[in-house]
Write a protein that binds this ligand. Structure first.
Ligand SMILES: [Fe+2]
Length: 219
């Protein structure tokens, strides 16, 4: 729910080849506006660039990010650990549906920090190359449980507030015995389009996609 971090945290990877005016602002000035709006399955976050280009990535309530060709399922394991599954989709050459035989190939991502079993400040993150490593650094260096009493939310955190309010409202629903948002019990429910068509856009037009796709070539 934090679209503003792309231009700052990922400034040296998602915008490779350009130099930002300062590392603090990164490429924030490329963006005209950030917007968020509720959709039946969660929250859409939207960036509009000054060039007119626009991108939208939905959060599928409560814990799934759809971005480019990837669905990131973030599963709480306990109060201080989250396991993330990346499910990637690749368009067939002619756009036809392909049934894959057996289980899809699985890749376990190597640690982004050294030593891998230590917490900040007793470990070092290598954030020089990979987008995901930069995210892990930003998440993990807040501590196992971030101290929210010290946070200072800003305009660009509007989506964070929306998500928290949505979570609280849906906890209320569960307490009343109702289904939370995004629980669909009808097996014949029509397929929900979560912007998957974005993944079919050519990588050459989408720098973020190129970055994410390059993860697949990592060992
Ligand atoms: Fe990120």
């Amino acid at each position: 729910m934090d679209p503003a971090h792309l231009q700052i945290l990922h400034q040296n990877t998602a915008n490779r080849g350009r130099k930002p005016p300062s590392t603090t602002r990164g490429f924030t000035d490329d963006v005209e506006k950030f917007e968020w709006y509720e959709v039946p399955y969660g929250i859409m976050k939207k960036r509009t660039y000054k060039t007119g280009r626009m991108d939208e990535h939905p959060l599928i309530f409560p814990n799934i990010l759809r971005q480019a060709n990837c669905t990131q399922i973030r599963v709480p394991m306990d109060d201080t650990h989250t396991k993330i599954f990346f499910v990637r989709f690749f368009a067939s050459k002619d756009g036809s549906m392909v049934e894959q035989d057996g289980d899809p190939p699985v890749q376990y991502i190597q640690p982004y920090k050294n030593p891998p079993d230590q917490l900040h400040p007793f470990t070092r993150f290598d954030i020089s190359k990979e987008v995901q490593a930069q995210d892990h650094m930003a998440w993990e260096t807040q501590g196992p449980i971030a101290d929210r009493t010290n946070e200072r939310l800003a305009t660009s955190d509007h989506g964070v507030v929306m998500l928290r309010e949505m979570i609280l409202a849906n906890i209320d629903r569960v307490e009343k015995g109702q289904d939370p948002k995004c629980v669909i019990r009808d097996p014949n429910h029509e397929m929900i389009d979560t912007n998957l068509s974005e993944s079919l856009v050519g990588p050459e037009t989408r720098p973020e996609y190129r970055e994410m796709a390059s993860l697949d070539s990592q060992p």
